[in-house]
Design a protein around this ligand. Sequence first.
Ligand code: SF4
Length: 278
Amino acid sequence: MTNRSAVFYDAPMETPSIERFEIAVNTPAGRLTTTLDVPTGFVPITSIVPVTRRLGEEMSKLEELRSRETGHSISCRMGCAACCRMLVPLSPPEAFALRDYIVQLPEDRQTALRQKIADSKATLASHDLLHRLQEVADATSPIPDEELDPINRAYYALRHPCPFLENEICSIYEARPAACRELLVTSPAALCDNFVENPVTPLPVSVRIGTVLGLLWGSVTDSSPRLIPLPLALGWAEQHHDEARRTWSASNLIDLLLDKMWRFLSHEFQARGQSPQT
Ligand code: SF4
């Protein structure tokens, strides 16, 4: 189903060497061939977050192409942010990457974002939701869907905008989590006013990148996979900052990542009644 090979190439003296992985993978929407550039040697988990998200986006493009071939195009547009009122889950690697992104922003911007997150938490607390989200972030074993579902519904019922949403535009667009990148719809945008009541048609997702990164983190730290609600992600990452400093062989991380991804793809092929081509 997949091929992977690695090529080293020289980088300028002042930059770390890069290992280029050439990937070929069959997805339910078609075959994806691409390259991943990852720093060589031992790297923190955040090093592979951008390339993993890009893989997810390339898989989304295949889904979009397939969808267009059947007469359905994506209706999501800039400034249309109905989905930014849903609860977004982050894997620990993405929470660390979000923190890294925020702390490199100018001081006044960081302060503004931290204030927005604090305001968001205060609103959630006033609706008796903050402690439920905190329980999700702190859980040491996977939470079953039947327990998560009422939390997601209660959150969505508030139509509480994401703390990073400004004038209906994502203010951290290049650093937004994988879950935000994956939610695209082919039904009319007006239906997104109510995801629960209206027949919204999401674009199929071959691989949920946040879940895969969460599984990878669980593997390398020998911990239970967890997903952290977005309003708590910065605080969670700061609380676990020591873990973010750990490093692993980049090559091993990529091997593990692809293994998790392939497992996810196998389930997805099965769920769609397709068989992976060889
Ligand atoms: S991070 Fe950006 S895209 Fe994701 S929910 Fe928040 S505002 Fe929307």
